[in-house]
Design a protein. Sequence first.
Length: 169
Amino acid sequence: MTDPFRPLDPAEADPPLSETLRAVALPGGGLPEAVARMAHSPVTLQTFLAANARLQESVLPPYDREVVILTVAVRNGCEVCITMHSNAFRRLGADDHQLRQAIGGAGVDSRIGALRSFTLAMIDRTGAVTDDERDAFLRAGYSPRAALEVALIIGTYTISTFANRLTRA
């Protein structure tokens, strides 16, 4: 059987989708493969892009957001996300040791460890974290707003990781 999610050529897209694809094109004009595959469902692509854009308004700094994204990517087994967000994490100044901490949790500093643990608890318990898990997150210096924004990041990147795995991006 042919690939049902072959990367969509922007020239094949309807005008509204083609505008979206132009907006996310790489500097040379090409599209990231994950985007070109997710584009088979414009509503999925546009929902992901909109939610992802809103993450810029989060109280969580970019470094912490990438820790959450990497935690979701690793938990969901999305290799393309792990690669893309490892690179993004490095662009934020993370070194290899910090990347290993974010991905695997070994030797993690207490604040990032609390963030990873809370993220994993949110995923594993589908949001119904224990009082102890929630309180450990708050004691690490995070706010109730940050806790809700961890849920937003998990939701946003669950869309991405599931779509990427489905489409073999």
